[in-house]
Design a protein around this ligand. Structure first.
Ligand code: 5AD
Ligand code: SF4
Length: 488
């Protein structure tokens, strides 16, 4: 009798968390066809590269990876098998034809909005080879995806919004991900409930412009992100909420208030500013000034004084002068970031800034990036050092790289490494526990679990003190310590 062998699926994900989410959903779409996750592309029945097009380096990586995969595909064919090779994501969307031309080993190319059609694409590629699907279909993929099948883990992502209508002059997203779209409230809440029921305590709501969210609600109205966060916070089992990535222009009052009023909304926000120069911000079409951004930061800190801020920066945008760059350094100094990402401007085909005449020389970009990263690195180090000596609740998500370690996140999004016993490693994964922070680097914290034993020992010490106080009361009231007088 013929055995129904499980087919092995390997997905390599580049770029942002939206791609991480999409990759998981591609696996969900392919599961009914018998595909199960594999750890390596070698010997896999299907390999998907879920690509990123945001900067030049990100797309270059795809072509070099395709070269490596061709060898695996040939190896598999020589062994009498087949490997379906697919390129997905934003490079696929932007350069689909070119991929098929330059890399004939590729069977399938599809964009971020069409992967719900994967089953039919696989069949078509098997018949004709070189199938391309980079539509922006009228139907939403979300209405056609199966329910999530994988274990979401303790911290899960949930895509609520996609695409972008802002057209920053450096950015490919509006072209690769398409127009802004928000999932309806009911669909988001249903997915959040399923994630919580499957064990996710922390949910990060995702979108390219997540705070531009305006989802249709059952009452016919439209909800913004602030209202949505509060509704997700009410779901049983959800203890922590985050959202990313935001645009300063969409930080409305309700969203800022949610940071102050709902303790489940974590005190951390990634709010890209890109530059501190008004001239550059205008040329980038960001539609706000440096001062507008600083006022938003003030309001956030008023609502939630301990909020940790993160940002994205681009150096060497066309026309950026030394004075413009100095303004960026000033803004960074004024805000004080807990963490940040910074990039050299990379001209992207089809974007307005790419054809600007006054491109900044590479050496200048390199110098500015180094100076900015030094400042941001020092701020991150200072922020992390200030946590040493504090006890922070950490959601322990997974084993660390070193044996006997779990890694989780603090409320401020720092990675925290915690030593645990081999028994504890299994039992404590997924737990939200207090950690006494003992060490800090620019990228992470380390600490010790404040476990029940500590609490019991503390409790014992306290009851001994009470017993001693009661004894001494019996001997005479004059010696009663302050701690025993409460019962008098
Ligand atoms: N060059 C450099 N950085 C870019 N980013 C987006 N497009 C470009 C580009 N063309 C950065 C921005 C954005 C982050 C995701 O990537 O800082 O916020
Ligand atoms: Fe790109 Fe600007 Fe849209 Fe962000 S807001 S995705 S940077 S166009």
């Amino acid at each position: 009798m013929k055995q129904n062998r499980k087919k092995r699926l390997f997905i390599k994900t580049y770029g942002c968390q939206m791609n991480v989410y999409d990759s998981a959903r591609m696996a969900d779409v392919l599961a009914p066809l018998g595909y199960a996750p594999a750890d390596s592309p070698r010997g896999a029945d299907m390999v998907i590269l879920n690509t990123c097009h945001i900067r030049e380096k990100a797309s270059e990586k795809v072509f070099s990876e395709l070269g490596r995969l061709r060898a695996f595909k040939e190896e598999r064919r020589a062994a009498g098998g087949e490997m379906v090779l697919a390129v997905a994501g934003c490079v696929a969307q932007a350069e689909g034809d070119e991929i098929l031309r330059r890399a004939p080993q590729v069977d399938l190319v599809f964009g971020p909005q069409t992967y719900h059609r994967l089953p039919e694409m696989v069949v078509r590629a098997a018949r004709a080879g070189g199938h391309l699907d980079i539509d922006f279909p009228v139907e939403s993929k979300f209405d056609h995806l199966p329910e999530e099948s994988a274990d979401p883990g303790a911290a899960a992502f949930l895509s609520i919004q996609e695409g972008c209508d802002k057209f920053c002059s450096f950015c490919v997203v509006p072209y690769t991900r398409g127009a802004e779209f928000s999932r309806p409230v009911a669909a988001v809440l249903a997915e959040a409930r399923r994630l919580a029921a499957a064990g996710a305590q922390e949910i990060t709501l995702l979108g390219q412009n997540v705070n531009a969210y305006h989802g249709e609600a059952a009452d016919g109205g439209t909800w913004g992100l602030g209202r949505l966060l509060r509704a997700v916070a009410e779901i049983e089992g959800v203890t922590r909420l985050r959202y990313t990535t935001s645009h300063p222009r969409d930080m409305d009052d309700a969203l800022i208030a949610a940071h102050g009023e709902d303790p489940k909304v974590m005190p951390y926000l990634h709010l890209p500013v890109q530059s501190g120069s008004d001239r550059v911000l205008a040329a980038m079409n960001r539609q706000h000034s440096a001062d507008d951004y600083l006022r938003i930061v003030d309001r956030l800190r008023l609502a939630r004084p301990d909020i940790a801020l993160s940002s994205d920066f681009i150096v060497g945008f066309p026309g950026e002068t030394d004075a413009d760059f100095a303004a960026t350094l000033r803004l960074v100094t004024e805000v004080g970031y807990a963490q940040a990402y910074s990039f050299k401007y990379s001209p992207r085909p089809g974007t307005p800034a790419a054809v600007e005449a006054d491109q900044v020389p590479e050496e200048v970009k390199t110098e500015r990036l180094a100076a900015l990263q030094q400042l941001l690195g020092a701020q991150a180090m200072a922020f992390n050092r200030a946590c040493v000596g504090k006890t922070l609740p950490v959601l322990l998500e997974r084993p660390g790289r070193k044996a006997g370690q779990l890694v989780g996140r603090s409320p401020y999004m720092q990675s925290v490494h915690v030593p645990v016993s081999s028994v504890g490693q299994g039992r404590l994964t997924g737990a939200l526990l207090d950690v006494a922070i003992e060490g800090a680097t620019a990228n992470s914290l380390s600490g010790r679990l404040v476990m029940a034993e500590d609490l019991i020992a503390e409790d014992r010490r306290a009851s001994k003190a009470v017993a001693a106080a009661v004894d001494s009361l019996a001997e005479g009231p004059a010696q009663a310590p302050a701690s025993a007088r409460i019962s008098a």
